[in-house]
Design a protein around this ligand. Structure first.
Ligand code: ZN
Length: 246
């Protein structure tokens, strides 16, 4: 009888060790009842929702404010990236500017603070989210900007431009564009791209940009390109950090 107990006991120990083995845990994660724990990718991305507080950014033909759309898209993007195990730092989480009341040049103080958040975070990549505007109402379409001297920035921007076009599906023929004078783009130490998600001066696009579904598609395009870039450049693997000026 004692022998049978020993066999059962050993059998139970065997079952327990199989169930807790890493492979079993990974397998069980594929079942819907098992809550997916994102795998830590050891990659940090700063998301910078442009404007905020007393600075509304562009004002849409439908009176929507750029600062609000920037923040909404950034929040969705943050969630998507965190689901993928990426560490996300936001330059702002609320409707605030990054200046203090004492600052004489609030715009410059705001941009300086955004740059120092990005540079002191040791982030691998940074994405500024903005909306565009133009005198002619027919002009529309998302466009991604990168620092003209950054080869990595160009690669990321081109990838992002393409993925946004795919997820939005609006036959946008714009190309990623080099820039060498935007303050933030020239001051950050990691590759930074600026996404102008659309034109608030275009009546249809201004309406779409207010819709959560559209904001999700925009965030999805941005997220996909970031993941592809991370994969292709082996970010998160030790000693593979890239700098802006390459
Ligand atoms: Zn802006």
């Amino acid at each position: 009888m004692k022998k049978y107990f020993s066999i059962i006991f050993l059998f139970l120990i065997l079952c327990a060790s199989i169930l807790t083995s890493e492979r079993a845990i990974r397998t069980m994660r594929h079942f819907s009842f098992w809550e997916e724990e994102p795998e830590d990718k050891n990659v940090t991305i700063v998301i910078d929702p442009g404007h905020g507080g007393r600075d509304p950014g562009k004002v849409g033909v439908n009176n929507c404010l750029e600062k609000d759309i920037n923040l909404s898209i950034s929040r969705i993007l943050k969630e998507m990236l965190e689901q993928e195990g990426i560490t996300v730092i936001m330059t702002r989480e609320e409707d605030v500017g990054l200046y203090s009341e004492e600052d004489s040049n609030k715009k410059r103080a705001d941009l300086n603070n955004r740059v120092s958040i990005i540079n002191s975070s040791g982030a691998d990549l940074a994405v500024s989210i903005h909306q565009n505007s133009f005198g002619e109402g027919y002009v529309k379409g998302a466009q991604v900007f990168y620092y003209a001297k950054s080869e990595q920035g160009r690669k990321l921007a081109e990838l992002m431009q393409g993925r946004i076009k795919e997820t939005i599906g609006d036959d946008n023929h714009r190309k990623a564009k080099a820039n060498d004078n935007y303050y933030m783009i020239t001051k950050t130490t990691c590759p930074l791209v600026i996404v102008e998600c659309g034109y608030l001066s275009n009546p249809e696009e201004a309406e779409l940009l207010l819709k959560e579904e559209y904001q999700k598609k925009m965030a999805e395009g941005i997220c996909k390109s970031l993941l592809e870039y991370i994969e292709a450049n082996h970010l998160g693997e030790e000693a593979k950090k890239v700098t802006h000026r390459m």
